[in-house]
Design a binder for this molecule. Structure first.
Ligand code: GTP
Ligand code: MG
Length: 137
């Protein structure tokens, strides 16, 4: 539908890129519907990336995602999920297109600055995990 969920990951927060990333998001035509600074627990991160549980990088991924605060947000735009995946760029910043958030701010495949939901269904699940109805505008 017209909403997606994003996180500025711990590396993006640590490196001082909250402002730069939010600027690219709003310049990209997305409206911020909900937003907070929060931190994932190990259980949260394991559940969030459960699809990768059997992958060799899973432990490293969970450790990374829990090591500091993140910015969680819900974004609104027509075709939000697909358009936001385009704006963030490829998972590996070496393959990310010019003008994408990961091209500018990601440092590696693991530490890639930002998350974007991969489907409308997951966007709804991820949004509901982080935000109560009265926190969405
Ligand atoms: P997310 O928006 O975070 O879900 O990224 P994505 O959808 O572009 O990639 P995917 O869901 O396939 O992988 C989730 C996350 O796992 C990635 O963003 C990376 O941080 C991490 N990841 C994926 N593949 C690798 C890998 O080969 N090595 C390492 N270290 N991390 C990986
Ligand atoms: Mg993904």
């Amino acid at each position: 539908t017209n909403r997606t969920f994003t996180m500025i990951k711990p590396d993006g927060v640590e490196n001082g890129h909250i402002g730069g990333i939010l600027n690219m998001i709003t310049e990209g035509g997305f409206r911020i519907v909900a937003m907070k600074l929060t931190q994932l627990t190990v259980a949260d991160a394991k559940a969030f990336y459960a699809v990768h549980a059997e992958r060799p990088f899973y432990g490293e991924l969970v450790e990374f995602m829990t090591r500091g605060p993140i910015v969680a947000a819900i974004l609104e735009k027509e075709n939000a999920v697909e358009d936001f995946r385009t704006l963030i760029g490829a998972t590996n910043p070496a393959n990310a297109a010019e003008g994408t958030i990961r091209k500018k701010y990601a440092t590696s495949m693991g530490e890639n600055a930002v998350h974007g939901s991969d489907s409308d269904e997951n966007a709804a699940i991820e949004s509901a995990f982080h935000f109560a109805g009265r926190e969405m505008f």
